[in-house]
Design a protein around this ligand. Sequence first.
Ligand SMILES: N[C@@H](CCOP(=O)(O)O)C(=O)O
Length: 432
Amino acid sequence: MRLYSTNSPDSLVDFGEAVLRSLPADNGLYMPETIPQLGDDFWATWKTLDFQEMACRVVSTLLQGVMPEDDLRAIVCDALNFPAPVVKLDEQHHVLELFHGPTLAFKDFGARFMARVMAWLNKDSDQPLTVLVATSGDTGGAVAHAFHNVPGTRVIILYPSGKVSGLQEKQLTALGGNITALEIDGSFDDCQRMVKSAFLDKETAKACNLTSANSINISRLIPQMLYYFEAARQFDKPPVFVIPSGNFGNLTALLLATRMGLQVGHIVAATNANDVVPQYLSSSSYEPRASVATISNAMDVGAPSNFARMVEIFGDDWKSMAAAISGYAFDDRQTRAAIHEVKDRFGYVIDPHGAVGYLAAEAWLTQHPDDTTVILETAHPAKFPETMHEELGADAIDVPERLACLADEEKVSIPMAAEEAALKAWLAANPA
Ligand SMILES: N[C@@H](CCOP(=O)(O)O)C(=O)O
């Protein structure tokens, strides 16, 4: 498998370099040179396989022999050791619950796979890896958990001060050991900008052996394709996937899955007030701007990283992207009302991100009432006690023990100004 940068299609790298370097030096994003189609043998059996077996076959087809089959199988099975169930609300509404992993968010799929792949790629090196990651809420906790105590790695997490939920903050600040949290006085966009700038600084990237665990890293998207296969195979007719979106890695993963042959009814991108992609889909004008804080904070992204990959997949053809993807945006008032509506209508407790998805599903169903939607529930509602308690009361949610136990943990973070130079200086002072 070879990959190219979206900014220079002619320079190809192998999978290992793409994963470990994460961001090409020309500030593009890595894309597979070819995306193989799954063969008839796969489609003849995919509905009968267990999740891990199906996942192994998809990943093995995509990676085209980058590692021995047994090693790949061990990584996939060990990383994806929790389910992704589809819950039926009614004929038109289904929820794909992606919060059954250790940190209760869909990011566990990507982070756990990536941690194992990176350990495999780096196994013969004596230079430790520094995993740099920007988070608006969920990525940080998932990456911290996946890499905690992994020998030869340390994780540096940048998160926007005061803009993640209290429990999300504990997930990324309380582990200690090889995990360090930098609390940035700014927005997620500032964190993402600082991270990218550190990668593009050759001296810093080399001295620290930097690698990224954000969705700029192609290895994050591979496992994120798998739950779409898992959900789609439960329906006779391809469903409409409704994807709460921030950095658009999740939606890009679905696009890759469709390029391998997965059939979908349609793709719906759901955002909060940070709506640069829905705006683009309706106007063809892409105007990234500073993010605003919302109650669906993990989607508070003003300049989505994966937009470059989306453009690449559609050959820079706005019309075909707009035909394949419909975008809808909703504000916090609507999101709060949707949390109530889903509870009253279906008896289901949905988190603020899933609630944005529900609103988009409703918007789609108004025009296409006979469609079947699958709304991605990207995180467990218990991760957002502040909002959920305000809306449904403290008794509405059962808090899983792996989250409840964090409440008394001590937050340990290093405050930092939202300046690229501040991160570079910190990394220079702490090279490993
Ligand atoms: N929604 C994310 C923001 C980072 O996005 P990523 O998919 O690039 O890791 C979060 O929860 O941190």
